[in-house]
Ligand binder design. Structure first.
Ligand code: ZN
Ligand code: ZN
Length: 637
């Protein structure tokens, strides 16, 4: 009775005073310890019982195995495995099931497989243990395969099976298989389990069907923290971060978010530059107990991406022992083209005895590349393995191609690729293609593109690079061809969207937005600037405006939505206040020069973060030094 109530101390006193302890009381006492997660005490008693030659019952056996799993003690687990095979329960399904469970959660999949294959009859729990074992050990393909076999043997899955297989589908991007499971879950009624619905949300989100995920979400009668977290994270990975914020606010009416939720929302804030919301969550996070390293770094990343270096450094300074935090700062330097600062940071990091990892060198090389520090970058690359024991991987090779290419050494970059000790991948060729775009080298760019599309025809980014290369070089026929291919491949471009935060509220502007309540005022402001630009004799501006056809063609890659966001920021904030805009596409030449002009006229600092980098506009110039925006107009003219 005491055991059942969780009062183990009283139970133990009673147990110790018992004049005669039978098998039942031993087993009850031991199970009591395990049920209350006091594994060590339970195991001690278990061994005392064995010493007295009292036989454990089935329940005790399975809980002892689970205890080994909880304690992560594989050696003891194996010994128990051997012992159990010699007892009367050696052939029992539930013993086998807990063994599979234990081995796979300890990462010993081969042993789990051995147990599984030796079973004479397997029930749904055995199959599920094996499937989730694969799934948890990063073998989603095997998980799905095993499920198919289970299905063919006519065994009906339960809610745990379906949830595990759905996670596998999510990892593999297997939408079809996932949808079949959805149907099955509806047919069998298993969808009423929240764990199944949550896995469906996750699967649909990762397969880029966020609207299907939403459907499932709204049908859950009792949404738990995981349901909310899954849909919030889903919005973020489907580039609908503003909705992630809206759902987060709704969620807080019903439930307390956990660390995973907070990380998902913070990432969404970082994505769209929602600083106030990010700060709010930061304040909330400080009050919660589970403020861990991941959350800490997510907040740091948010400040860095929002371009707020002071709070970022405060955040960083309390966490300098984590290489991840250093990497985030280094990435921030790279995005701002601050090579010198990145170098200083790197050497400070070494002084703090933080060992750099692969990501460190990616950020460092990127920063060198963005600052044109070619020889420094090459030096770091050559020393990576020698001095710091970090062998370069494909990503680092791509960084070096970018380093050489960006600086205009296109032939060297090409030669570097040809001499690589491993097969170059798409991102390596992509770096070359990007460099060719910057320097308008059509031929070499086409060669790089051919290499890319041989392996990968689905990544939209490379098509955009190639289109931009053609557009910037005035090759409109080729441009149109690439656009056609994109359509044939069924690739859909995200519509251009910009976000600006005004008084703590994030406003989104879609390309060609006509629905914003203040759209008239916004357009009047913009027209005013265009007039002034013409009067100031901006040839480039006129040129791209006169040539409507060309303009329309290049439009889709920028959408120019940042102009509306900036105009809205200008009319909604006090004079002199800086304006911060975030956009989801790459900023075009025309927008770049327009905003430079605006920053000079209004005497305000305007920051725009596009997919590539930060642009800080001030007094008619940009911090990026116009990289990637040189001389293109002359080529067109
Ligand atoms: Zn634009
Ligand atoms: Zn710029």
């Amino acid at each position: 009775m005491y055991v059942k109530c969780g009062d183990l101390v009283s139970a133990r006193i009673l147990f110790d005073r018992m004049p005669y302890r039978d098998r039942i009381s031993w087993n009850a006492m031991i199970s009591g310890y395990f049920e209350n997660k006091e594994c060590l005490e339970g195991l001690n008693l278990f061994f005392r019982m064995l010493d007295l030659s009292i036989n454990p019952d089935l329940m005790t056996m399975t809980s002892v195995i689970s205890a080994c799993e909880l304690l992560g003690d594989g050696k003891l687990g194996r010994e128990l495995h051997g012992y159990m095979m010699r007892t009367e329960y050696g052939g029992d399904v539930s013993v086998f099931n807990s063994l599979i469970q234990m081995y796979s959660s300890l990462g010993c999949l081969e042993e789990a497989e051995k147990v599984f294959s030796r079973m004479e009859s397997r029930d749904v729990v055995s199959w599920t243990a094996m499937i989730s074992g694969y799934e948890n050990n990063f073998l989603p393909g095997k998980a799905l395969e095993t499920y198919k076999i289970m299905e063919s043997e006519g065994i009906m899955p339960d809610e745990v099976t379906i949830a595990s297989v759905l996670s596998a589908c999510a990892c593999l991007g297997q939408l079809d298989a996932g949808m079949e499971l959805h149907e099955l879950a509806c047919r069998t009624g298993l969808i009423s389990y929240t764990i199944v619905a949550n896995s469906l949300i996750d699967m649909y989100s990762k397969c880029r069907c966020i609207d299907k995920a939403l459907e499932v979400f709204h049908l859950i009668p009792d949404k738990n923290v995981i349901s909310w977290t899954s849909i919030i994270a889903g919005f973020r990975i489907n580039n609908r971060s503003l909705e992630a914020l809206i759902y987060f606010r709704q969620m807080r009416h019903y439930l307390k978010p956990n660390t995973v939720t907070l990380i998902a929302v913070i990432c969404a804030c970082a994505r769209i530059g929602a600083l106030m919301c990010g700060k709010e969550i930061h304040a909330h996070a400080l009050k919660t107990t589970e403020y861990d390293g991941y959350l800490h770094n997510a907040i740091l990343d948010m400040y860095v991406r929002c371009g707020r270096m002071r709070p970022a450094l405060n955040q960083f300074n309390s966490h300098t022992e984590d290489v991840g935090a250093w990497n985030i700062l280094l990435t921030g330097c790279a995005q701002r083209g601050q090579g010198q600062r990145a170098m200083e940071l790197f050497h400070r990091m070494l002084k703090y005895k933080i060992h750099p990892n692969e990501v460190t060198f990616i950020s460092l090389l990127c920063a060198c590349s963005r600052s044109g520090m070619v020889s420094k970058g090459l030096e770091y690359f050559n020393n990576m393995n020698l001095k710091y024991s970090v062998p370069p991987n494909l990503k680092h090779y791509a960084c070096v191609v970018d380093l050489l290419g960006r600086a205009g050494h296109l032939e060297d970059a090409y030669e570097f690729i040809e001499k690589m000790p491993m097969k170059p991948d798409q991102s390596t060729w992509g770096a070359l293609l990007n460099a060719c775009r910057l320097h308008q080298q059509v031929q070499l760019g086409e060669l790089a593109a051919r290499h890319i599309f041989k392996e990968d025809t689905k990544s939209i980014g490379y098509y955009i690079l190639l289109c931009n290369l053609y557009a910037d070089s005035g090759k409109w026929d080729e441009f149109a061809k690439v656009r056609r291919t994109m359509k044939e491949e069924g690739l859909i471009l995200d519509p251009g969207c910009s976000w600006v935060e005004v008084k703590g509220k994030v406003h989104a502007f879609l390309s060609g937005d006509i629905f914003h309540p203040q759209i008239k005022e916004i357009n009047v402001v913009l027209e005013g600037f265009y007039e002034k630009m013409k009067a100031a004799g901006f040839r480039g501006q006129e040129c791209s405006y006169l040539d409507e056809v060309e303009n329309a063609k290049a439009d889709i890659f920028c959408g120019h939505s940042e102009r509306q966001a900036i105009a809205f920021g200008l009319i909604s904030t006090a004079p002199g206040m800086p304006i911060w805009v975030t956009k989801n596409l790459y900023m075009c030449q025309s927008c770049h020069s327009t905003i430079k002009f605006i920053s000079g006229v209004v005497r305000r600092e305007i920051s725009v973060r596009d997919t590539e980098q930060f642009h800080h506009f001030k007094d008619g110039t940009c911090s990026c030094g116009d990289e990637g925006y040189w001389d293109k107009i002359d080529h067109k003219a």
